[in-house]
Design a protein around this ligand. Structure first.
Ligand code: HEC
Ligand code: HEC
Length: 357
């Protein structure tokens, strides 16, 4: 303050406080000092902000901001917290890697880890074909039920996933139902007979083909005979299916390709060959094992005896289908069929089903 100002200085008589010298119609402005605590807080914030500018990224500069001496960034913070999650996962993963299926099924934490991993891997890799709820569709099996083509034990499922079905892999699940009509193994009437028989196994007789011309009982008996000769080697003498050949149970009214008469006729005439890629090489072994647990637990898993993760490998599906007889002496009129196939049939199945590489 200058001398002049000091001279202007005035003291208010009532409060004894210095005035600023400003006066309006006799009202004087008092010059109370700022509370000391306030001044200190104010100074502290200034000091803190200067410190902050130096230590943290603060000043906008072209292309970003000053880095600050601490080198802090939010990206780094995010990466660190993600690393923390990964570390926690790694602890499980390490235990998971070394655990047998039996151990996984008996350890709450490993089981939960497998289920969570399997669920997300399923969404990413399997839902396109099997449906988000694994409910399947025509040609794509429902994975929720206990009706298995290739077996529902953990070791079976693991093998199926790892090596695929009719896939481009040496250990793949392989078998081929003959195209009985197309390859002239059976004539049309014989196919009709066996189709009637197959349909009757699941109580489906409404549109049986015998049509009055034949004695229905005789017709079915002939169908049963053909079945025992031509089909039982894969589907089993009781037609309940055989997992070694991926041959479905024909008595349960659960159909992979459809259970109406025309569809079953087409299946027998042209045969089918569903294929699933091998996941070995596309997914890590731990992911495949997580998926096997997840699929097993969807509802239809078969009980497994104590198994080691690799035991599935020692029971590969047979590479050759069982022999079937070619019946030369049948009179096949070679007539072109009116029923057109609607779903992938054996010969173009690989192209139609896409992912085969
Ligand atoms: C390109 C389509 C496709 C994709 C993708 C696919 N599958 Fe499949 N899957 C199939 C077909 C088709 C079959 C039936 C093959 C047959 O007819 O034997 C099958 C069969 C199976 C089976 C055997 C079922 C049984 O009854 O034995 C299992 C288990 C299975 N898939 C699980 C999976 C899992 C898990 C994934 C994801 C990692 C997956 N699939 C991805 C097409 C696919
Ligand atoms: C070499 C083994 C083999 C023989 C022999 C065989 N099948 Fe099959 N069959 C299969 C396989 C494997 C499948 C499943 C095909 C697939 O998943 O793509 C199948 C599927 C079927 C289906 C489809 C079932 C469904 O759920 O949609 C019917 C029906 C069928 N077979 C009937 C017969 C009849 C009838 C005969 C005898 C005339 C016969 N099969 C002979 C292996 C065989």
């Amino acid at each position: 303050m200058t001398e002049d100002h000091k001279k202007d200085k005035d003291i208010d008589e009532l409060s004894g406080v210095e005035t600023t010298g400003h006066s309006w119609d006799g009202l004087q402005e008092l010059n109370n000092p700022l509370p000391r605590w306030w001044v200190w807080v104010w100074i502290a914030t200034i000091v803190w902000s200067v410190w902050y500018f130096v230590v943290y990224p603060a000043w906008p500069v072209p292309g970003g901001a000053t880095e600050g001496t601490s080198g802090y960034t939010q990206f780094k913070e995010l990466a660190e917290s993600q690393q923390e999650i990964r570390d926690r996962q790694a602890a499980y993963l390490e235990r998971f890697e070394n655990a047998s299926f039996e151990e996984i099924m008996n350890d709450e934490e490993l089981y939960a880890f497998a289920m969570a991993g399997g669920k997300s891997a399923f969404k990413d890799n399997c839902a396109t074909c099997h449906g988000t709820g694994a409910e399947g569709g025509m040609g794509y099996p429902n994975l929720n039920d206990d009706d298995w083509l290739w077996g529902g034990k953990l070791s079976d499922i693991y093998h199926t996933l790892r090596y695929g079905i009719r896939a481009d892999n040496l250990d793949t699940r392989l078998s081929q139902m003959p195209a009985f009509g197309q390859d002239k193994l059976l004539d049309k009437q014989q196919i009709n007979m066996v189709v009637d028989y197959v349909l009757s196994l699941s109580g489906h007789t409404d549109d049986a083909h015998h049509g009055g011309e034949y004695d229905p009982a005789e017709y079915l008996k002939a169908g049963a005979q053909i079945f025992q000769q031509q089909c039982a080697s894969c589907h089993g003498p009781d037609a309940k299916g055989l997992h070694e050949f991926g041959a479905p149970n024909l008595t349960d009214a659960i159909w992979l390709f459809g259970g109406d008469r025309d569809t079953v006729f087409q299946t027998v005439y042209y045969s089918r060959a569903g294929m699933m890629p091998a996941w070995e090489g596309r997914l890590g072994d731990d992911t495949i094992r997580q998926l096997a647990v997840y699929i097993h637990e969807l509802g239809g898993g078969a009980p497994d005896a104590a198994i080691l993760p690799d035991e599935g490998l020692r029971n590969p599906a047979p590479l050759k289908s069982p022999e079937y007889e070619k019946t030369e002496d049948l009179d096949n009129d070679g007539e072109v069929l009116s029923v057109e196939p609607e779903v992938p049939l054996a010969e173009d199945a690989q192209n139609d089903m896409g992912v085969h590489e």
